[in-house]
Every structure is written in structure tokens, then in C-alpha cells.
Write a new protein. Structure first.
Length: 314
């Protein structure tokens, strides 16, 4: 399946619709352990498959996700890569969105990644109040870093229509990483505003932390970062997944449908599933397919009728 590409930063390099979420590359990231050799091989395999968009953050593996990406990028054509990193959660695990930390955070990411510039830097799930450009100094600093050529664009990783509207109405943000998948579709109420402002939008958590692969059920036991759902929440999710499976049928794997659903909306430039193995990576790339309009409509209606009443947490 030939990779497709869509606009991300307006007027700049288009990104692969299947991106590479790099959280799992870090040491002690909360995922199954990945050796440095396997991490580098995975990134190189992604490039071979046409992936050019890589998403990371200082907090992923306490900086080791960025370090490993930097090693994998060494000797590659930088102009053909699009890298996103984040601000607000440090390489020591500290959550601090102080404006004074923006510059040193980005300088640290540049050093770990071994690059002269980062294509986009987003605030990493910031408090709602920080999205107001009229009340915070952060955006002047981001603008200065753009003029210096250290970043090309900035934005935020956010979840709701209200957050998107405040950010885009009061700042020069050009990038949004949005919690969006079959079970979480609310943020794209802002699709018209996103299109009007030409904002590059990425679907984060497109497989709903693994639920939309179909591998979990009501008796699943979770550890690490996934150990956040109550027994009741697990049962609700499991029930919803069974209903989605019935809608989707058996023609395509559920994970393929989940990623393709995100891309069925032209507002989404790329999805960033995490891959631990080459097999998972290849399967993710195969999700670069089209779904029927009928299935997309059914999944949208299912969300409105069946999912919204539950107010599912992350």
C-alpha cells in the first residue's frame, strides 16, 4: 500500500497519513521494554515504509525517546523528516508549564534529537487557562523561536472544542494534536475553524490505548499507564467494542478500521499509533485505506447514540 501524504504545517513538507508515535521507544516508558537496537531498526523500517512524521516528547522515557530518534535520524535527509516534540512535561518527569522553561526545553530537545530545528512543538496537555494567548506570555516566546528558526510551528495537545476555540481565537497556533478516535469524536466539532485557520491536525490515541485493536475484553487486567480504568469503565468499554465489531464486520481488522476512520476526515493530517514491533508497524501502515461512506456514517452515529452518554474518560 503506497503511503499518502497530507498538509501539516501550512506551505511546508506534507506528512505521512500514518505517523510514528515514539513514546514506546524510551527507556522505562511504561510500555514493554524496547532495546536501543530494536528502537533504531523500528524507526528505519518506518522510513522504508514511507513514514516521515515522528512524534515524541521530552518526558517519553525521560528524554530517551528523543535520544533514540536522534540516533536513528543520523545521516538521513533532514528536509524529508517532520518532527514534533512537546513542552510542559520535562525529561525528568516534572510537569511545569512556566513560560521561562519553553526555551531551555526546546534547546534540550534539539540537542537530544541532534537537529537544528524542530518542525512543531506543542504544549503537552496544558491547563485550559494557558490556552488563552491574551493572558499568557508563552506565545510570544514561541513566536520568537519561530523567527530564530528553531521551530517552524507551535500549538497544543488538547481534547475538546472549547480548548481548540480558545487556542485558535487568541494565538498564532498552527498545530493541534487532538484526542480523536471512534470512541472520542467530540473535538472535531471545531473542524470548520481548523480548516479556516489552516491548522495542521493530528489524531492522537487513535487506537484508544489499545481498545480499538480488539485485544481487550471485560476481564482484561491492565498495568502501567493503562492501569487507570475502574472495573466499571473496563466493562463499559468492552461492551462498546463488541458493538463496534458488529458494525465493522470481519472484512478488515478492527485496528485498520480505527485508523482509517480517523483519516476519513480530511481535517486529520496524520494518525500516530505506537508500534512495538515491525509486525505492528506494518499493520499500522496497511491502515492507509479508505472506508465506505456508509461505515463512516454508522460509526459517527454510533458515537452520538451509544458512546456520548457514557462520557468516557481517557
Amino acid at each position: 500500500m503506497k503511503m499518502k501524504y497530507r498538509p501539516y504545517i501550512y506551505g511546508d513538507t506534507a506528512v505521512s497519513v500514518i505517523g510514528f508515535g515514539a513514546w514506546q521507544l524510551g527507556v522505562n516508558s511504561g510500555w514493554k521494554k524496547v532495546s536501543e537496537k530494536d528502537a533504531l531498526n523500528l524507526v528505519h523500517k518506518a522510513m522504508d515504509l514511507g513514514v516521515n512524521f515522528f512524534d515524541t516528547a521530552p518526558v517519553y522515557g525521560n528524554g530517551t525517546s528523543e535520544l533514540r530518534l536522534g540516533k536513528a535520524f543520523k545521516g538521513k535527509d533532514r528536509t524529508k523528516l517532520v518532527i514534533n516534540s512537546k513542552f510542559g512535561r520535562s525529561d525528568t518527569g516534572v510537569v511545569d508549564f512556566s513560560a521561562s522553561l519553553i526555551r531551555p526545553t526546546i534547546e534540550g530537545s534539539l540537542k537530544r534529537l541532534g537537529v537544528d530545528y524542530i518542525d512543531s512543538v506543542i504544549m503537552h496537555s496544558p491547563p485550559f487557562s494557558l490556552l488563552d494567548g491574551n493572558a499568557n506570555d508563552h506565545y510570544e516566546i514561541f513566536e520568537a523561536l519561530k523567527k530564530e528558526g528553531k521551530i517552524k510551528a507551535y500549538g497544543a495537545s488538547i481534547d475538546t472544542f472549547e480548548e481548540i476555540k480558545l487556542l485558535l481565537d487568541t494565538t498564532g497556533a498552527e498545530i493541534i494534536h487532538l484526542f480523536y478516535n471512534i470512541l472520542h469524536q467530540g473535538g472535531l466539532k471545531a473542524a470548520d475553524l481548523i480548516a479556516e485557520k489552516k491548522v495542521g491536525t493530528v489524531a492522537k490515541i487513535p487506537l484508544d490505548s489499545g481498545w480499538l485493536t480488539g485485544k481487550y475484553h471485560k476481564n482484561s487486567v491492565f498495568e502501567g499507564v493503562r492501569n487507570r480504568w475502574s472495573k466499571e469503565e473496563i466493562h463499559v468499554r468492552a461492551s462498546l467494542i463488541e458493538k463496534i465489531k458488529n458494525l465493522v464486520g470481519t472484512e478488515k481488522p478492527l485496528a485498520t478500521v480505527a485508523l482509517a476512520f480517523c483519516l476519513a476526515n480530511d481535517t486529520i493530517a496524520s494518525v500516530i499509533p505506537g508500534s512495538l514491533t515491525e509486525k505492528q508497524l506494518v499493520e499500522n501502515v496497511k491502515s492507509n485505506v479508505s472506508l465506505s461512506k456508509n461505515l463512516v456514517t454508522m460509526l459517527q452515529k454510533f458515537y452520538a447514540d451509544e458512546v456520548v452518554p457514557h462520557k468516557l474518560p481517557w
